[in-house]
Write a protein that binds this ligand. Sequence first.
Ligand code: GDP
Ligand code: MG
Length: 167
Amino acid sequence: SRQWISGEAHAAKIIFIAIKLNGVQRGLISEIISQFQCKGFKLVVIKIVVPSKDFPKKHYHDLKERPFFNGLCDFLSSGPIVAMVWEGEGVIKYGRKLIRATDPKKSKPGTIRGYLAIVLIILFPCKNIIHGSDRPETAKDEINLWFKPRELVSYSSNAEKWIYGVN
Ligand code: GDP
Ligand code: MG
């Protein structure tokens, strides 16, 4: 069947964003969505999910040697997560800037982690609220991990001419 991510040009324009359960519990879903939506990015796919026990291990497979890995994975399978795909020009670069440093203490005010979180403690479950893919290849892998093909929809937005259009 046809791939939902249609090629490199498309892959460069999409990011997987997850609001971790502490963001959900604190009522920050709409605030985080607003940050991306008000910029002009398009929310293409969204669902709320409680990951199975082993699922976060797949998502964070590159961190398996780190001391906080098991705690992080247990934490992320212990409650609801909002999984999303956002689309737009430069969405990965901008999204990572908007999310900012892994440690909220090092994140400037006005960034999501700077604005909405205070700390990250080395061996305790993460309090940094949000995940965002760091490059097109990871975005692609993460989207394919978190969503079944039938969950991946596409639509064109009438706002695009007001965001990108030259006239
Ligand atoms: P990110 O891309 O900024 O989210 O950071 P990384 O990809 O390096 O790490 C993934 C996630 O692992 C982070 O968002 C945190 O939830 C968690 N993490 C990273 N470093 C630490 C740490 O030192 N302690 C704890 N408890 N969690 C960490
Ligand atoms: Mg990362």
